[in-house]
Design a protein around this ligand. Structure first.
Ligand SMILES: [Zn+2]
Length: 139
């Protein structure tokens, strides 16, 4: 990833050397040749800096994506921490609010675990999730 940097340093070094040699040369043809080299190095340096800028933009985008992922992961952890698993007499289970001692509402395990969504199950003996249609028999 830092290839562009090593390349840019090489180009800058070459330009400095060419510039220094120009000070002592009196032959016009050699001077023309060195100026040509100097221009080539300058274009090379510009190319390397452009690559560096593109790399930086990619890194900034990657950082933003990772920060979003982290935020979503934290939010789903916060949500799941509010619920606990309730096991019915027939060993079927659903999530309930951890704060309710005698739960009256039951939440779909599938939706909470896979999509971090708290969806209330509908029905009495057979409870159905209106979102993913998961069915559990509780009696
Ligand atoms: Zn569901």
């Amino acid at each position: 990833m830092l290839d562009w940097f090593a390349g840019a340093v090489e180009s800058a070094k070459a330009m400095k050397e060419i510039g220094q040699s120009l000070l002592t040369i009196r032959d016009e043809n050699i001077i023309r040749e060195r100026v040509y080299d100097l221009n080539n190095n300058l274009m090379d340096l510009q190319q390397k800096l452009l690559e560096a800028q593109l790399n930086q933009m990619e890194l900034v985008q990657r950082i933003q994506a990772l920060e979003n992922e982290k935020l979503q992961a934290n939010q789903s952890t916060d949500l799941k921490a509010q619920y606990s698993i309730h096991t019915f007499a027939n060993s079927a289970h659903a999530y309930v609010l951890s704060t309710e001692a005698n739960p009256t509402r039951f939440f779909c395990s599938n939706c909470l675990e896979t999509q971090s969504l708290a969806v209330t199950l509908q029905g009495s003996f057979v409870k159905v999730c209106p979102k993913c249609t998961t069915r559990i028999r509780v009696g």
